[in-house]
Design a protein around this ligand. Structure first.
Ligand SMILES: Nc1ncnc2c1ncn2[C@@H]1O[C@H](COP(=O)(O)OP(=O)(O)OP(=O)(O)O)[C@@H](O)[C@H]1O
Ligand SMILES: [Mg+2]
Length: 368
């Protein structure tokens, strides 16, 4: 009974203060304590806990309750999407595919976890370079859990509402918590970055503290996802608060193969598998977003002007400028000769790449 006694005053106080988060946490503690002695009551409490908010979404019929706005009421602070029709294919690295699957499974079995007095994980920190798919992953999770995605871009909130940041963020957090949803904090490092800036240090410190407290007590039926390109800027206190931290990495070769195939082979023209293989093994430092961009630019050329898909793709690789590799043209020519068209003459290579014959000659000579 000891545990229950300890939690009861907290529970009652929280109930009077309308502090839902503490009500949830104290109830979980009580479920755990009761589980052995009085399973019936434990079950009853856990049913209450799992269900009391299930009607809540009715109070925010999707897109009807106004989203929080800045003081002048002009700009909405968040973007609201339901992602019901997110049907894009997502290719996940083996390294974290299982973590994501488990996270989703946990959400499905939330009530079972609560039955045992175990809080389901609900916070996720995604970090990695631009274009690796952090936002994409948040949308995917929103689709799979059928929860609306509420996006708050912290970098714009902080810079454009200087002085009112704390109030704005608090408003968004309250809005997100009101019914089951995913709050997506994009550019999360904006919070940390500005901590060195003395001009609004006090305000930002307060904001960070508000956020940390919220993270601890985020309601079970809400998910919080944060994304950043600069994990090194987040301090330990923030880092520790997330249940799961996932490094979204650039794709390895097998994933690059799937991505090139998916984005380039769209029924416009037939694509030689060897060419997909050549792209995946030659361009090693690309993000899914680079692959998507090069492929669509190349298919546009193909549809509008015809020609060969190989030439169009190589043109797009050079033009889109997403690969900052020293001597990219030479690398492409050498790899083509070695791995794709072994019997090609210099003239063939010039035709295939669209590069002048003299350059082809020079690249191959330098390589010998
Ligand atoms: N795992 C993936 N599978 C398939 N396509 C992907 C994947 N990841 C990213 N993409 C493609 O790349 C695009 C850009 O990805 P996204 O915007 O999610 O990157 P990001 O990590 O959020 O980048 P940033 O840090 O710049 O915000 C997506 O719209 C999608 O077309
Ligand atoms: Mg993003």
């Amino acid at each position: 009974m000891n545990h229950i006694n300890k939690n009861l005053p907290n529970l009652i106080k929280a109930a009077f203060e309308n502090d839902i988060e503490t009500v949830e946490l104290s109830s979980l503690n009580i479920i755990r304590a009761l589980k052995k002695e009085d399973e019936d009551t434990a079950k009853k409490i856990s049913a209450l806990l799992s269900n009391y908010r299930s009607g809540a979404s009715l109070t925010r019929a999707f897109g009807q309750e106004p989203v929080p706005r800045d003081e002048e009421g002009l700009n909405s602070l968040v973007k609201l999407e339901n992602n019901e029709d997110f049907s894009s294919k997502i290719f996940l690295s083996k390294k974290y595919e299982e973590t994501i699957d488990n996270f989703l499974k946990n959400r499905e079995h939330m009530e079972k976890l609560i039955d045992f007095g175990i809080a389901p994980s609900n916070s996720l920190l995604l970090y990695g370079e631009p274009g690796v798919g952090k936002t994409f992953l948040a949308k995917y999770i929103s689709n799979k859990t059928q929860l609306p995605l509420i996006t708050l871009d912290l970098s714009s909130t902080i810079s454009s509402y200087l002085g009112k940041t704390g109030k704005n963020i608090k408003e968004v957090l309250d809005y997100a918590k009101r019914s089951p949803s995913i709050l997506f904090l994009d550019e999360f490092d904006a919070i940390a970055k500005r901590r060195d800036d003395s001009s609004d240090l006090g305000e930002l410190k307060r904001t960070v503290n508000v956020l940390l407290k919220e993270l601890e007590t985020w309601p079970f039926d809400c998910i919080l996802i944060a994304a950043t390109n600069h994990p090194e800027l987040l301090d330990n206190a923030i880092w520790r608060r997330f249940d799961l931290k996932i490094e979204v990495e650039k794709p390895d070769k097998s994933l690059r193969l799937k991505l090139w195939k998916y984005y380039l082979d769209r029924g416009v023209v037939e694509i030689n598998d060897d060419f997909i293989f050549f792209l995946s093994s030659t361009l090693t430092d690309v993000s899914p977003s680079d692959i998507e961009q090069i492929s669509s630019s190349s298919l546009q050329k193909q549809i509008v002007s015809g020609g060969s898909i190989e030439t169009n793709t190589i043109k797009s690789i050079i033009e889109t400028n997403v690969i900052s590799e020293h001597n990219l043209k030479k690398k492409l020519v050498v790899a083509l000769k070695k791995e794709y068209e072994k019997n090609a003459t210099q003239r063939d290579l010039a035709k295939l790449t669209g590069f002048p014959l003299s350059s082809i000659n020079r690249y191959l000579k330098e390589e010998e």
